[in-house]
Design a protein around this ligand. Structure first.
Ligand SMILES: C[S@@+](CC[C@H](N)C(=O)[O-])C[C@H]1O[C@@H](n2cnc3c(N)ncnc32)[C@H](O)[C@@H]1O
Length: 113
């Protein structure tokens, strides 16, 4: 039987946990054309297209007072953290606090380092 996928109604989520968005082309999970770095091949288009669009959907789904938990880090090449936070503030999110976590390795490097 075919299942109908319905779009969630706006303002229906109390708590949104978005653990870890992709890091542009710094970690490539597959070569699938739907991967965000393929959909938006330049960093600027990726920030303003993929990141902004994705978090705007999350913002619209959250009820007032809802919380977004985000796992993000800079890479050696890209200031992902500040650029993502800037987009989130443009959308309307208010920054509350950051919890520092130690990375096992630098992004974009092989697993040995
Ligand atoms: C940093 S990983 C996080 C994986 C997992 N959510 C976690 O927390 O361990 C980013 C994920 O985003 C996915 N991704 C990349 N482009 C995407 C897109 N256009 N739409 C949805 N997911 C995408 C990747 O395939 C990858 O699984």
């Amino acid at each position: 039987m075919k299942q109908k996928i319905t779009k969630p109604t706006k303002g229906k989520i109390d708590l949104l946990i978005l653990t870890s968005p992709p890091y542009f082309n710094q970690e490539q999970y597959s070569t699938d054309e739907e991967q965000s770095y393929n959909l938006f091949p330049t960093y600027e288009s990726w920030i303003n297209g993929y990141i902004k669009e994705t978090f705007q959907i999350g913002y619209d789904l959250l009820k007032k007072g809802g919380v977004l938990l985000l796992n993000i880090a800079d890479t050696k090449e890209l200031p992902l953290e500040i650029d993502t936070l800037s987009v989130l503030e443009d959308i309307g999110f208010e920054f509350e606090y950051e919890i520092g976590m130690k990375m096992q390795r630098d992004l974009g490097l092989d697993g040995e380092r």
